[in-house]
Design a protein around this ligand. Structure first.
Ligand code: PHE
Length: 325
């Protein structure tokens, strides 16, 4: 590099050191690269150079120009960084971090289990991939029983299926714990069914109470008090005689909603055949069981019209439940 170029560069470096604002830098830039700046003039005088030197001179002038542009640009960034660092105002309030909300199904499960826990029910879980014994046979539903048609079952292999109801957990609990027993079991169940009021996967909670002298009045008492507490007010309800292979007598509980009776749960006294299947002495013990649909209760409580809303992950739907536990 020609000597005068080297000194030009070190000169510029000195000047840039003194700069403290982008305005200072703009001045320097015009001194060197402006219309009548040092470099621009040098390019202008190229035409006076001897023809054989012109090419080499032009090349080194271009290098010099690039160096100058780089030095100026670097200084500009340096000043900008200092400015940005000083710009942080730590007295400003922090940005709000927006939190999510619990899913209405979870909120409903929490609501139900916290009420039942007060009545002495302990929460247990079962398995979602079940076998026919726990889901059907032990519950007094043999293979030839027409009640198997009530359940459109998803089979995952010849002998494994997705449980069609949480009643299978009754069997698991009675086999692994001796009577007396008071359990509740929330969870997912699966049926081959899909329309605005049916989903192939939905949630149930099962209650089971086995003890000496348990009778239908206890069952009614628990359910009436549960429904009143869950909705926070007296509801118009009725017990309607029904049929389940694993309870006898059996009933369904309906709630009057907007002038219509809606079925919310199935219940009854545990069938003696079920107790015998799990080796519980039917002379000593009796019990009641109930199973209710979580989504159904949530729809009534929060006035949700389409079951499919629960599974669409629509933020505007879900955010309505903010703050609920
Ligand atoms: N398992 C029944 C159903 O899914 C509900 C039920 C549970 C009925 C316990 C009686 C007793 O419809």
């Amino acid at each position: 590099m020609p000597k005068d170029h080297t000194s030009l560069i070190s000169d510029l470096e000195e000047k840039l050191k003194e700069c403290s604002s982008s305005h200072d830098i703009a001045n320097i830039k015009s001194q060197y690269l402006g219309k009548s700046g040092i470099i621009t003039n040098k390019f202008g005088s190229l035409k006076d150079a001897a023809l054989d030197e012109r090419k080499e001179l032009g090349r080194s002038l271009n290098i010099l120009k690039t160096q100058i542009q780089n030095l100026i640009a670097a200084k500009l960034i340096e000043i900008q960084d200092v400015k940005n660092d000083n710009k942080v105002d730590i007295t400003l309030p922090g940005k709000n971090i927006s939190t999510g909300s619990k899913h209405p199904v979870s909120i409903t499960i929490n609501g139900i289990t916290s009420i039942l826990a007060k009545y002495g029910f302990t929460s247990v879980s079962g398995v979602e991939v079940e076998d026919e014994f726990h889901n059907f046979e032990a519950l007094n539903i043999p293979e030839t029983h027409p009640a198997r048609d009530m359940h459109d079952t998803f089979y995952v292999s010849d002998d494994k299926l997705l449980r069609t109801h949480t009643s299978s957990v009754q069997i698991r609990s009675m086999l692994s714990n001796k009577a007396p027993l008071k359990i509740m079991t929330p969870g997912k169940v699966y049926r081959c069914d899909s329309d605005p009021t049916h989903s192939p996967m939905f949630h149930q909670i099962e209650g089971l109470y086995i003890d000496k002298n348990v009778n239908f009045c206890h069952l009614k008492g628990v359910l009436i008090s549960f429904i009143t507490e869950f909705f926070g007010k007296d509801m118009e309800i009725r017990f309607r005689p029904s049929y389940f292979p694993f309870t006898e007598p059996s009933a369904e509980l309906d709630i009057k909603f907007k002038g219509k009776w809606l079925e919310v749960l199935g219940c009854g006294m545990v069938h003696p055949n079920v107790l015998s299947n799990v080796k519980i002495d039917t002379k000593k013990y009796s019990g009641f069981a109930f199973g209710l649909g979580i989504e159904r209760l949530a729809m009534l409580k929060y006035d949700i019209v389409d079951l499919r809303m629960f599974y669409e992950n629509d933020i505007s739907f879900l955010s309505q439940f903010k703050g609920l536990k």
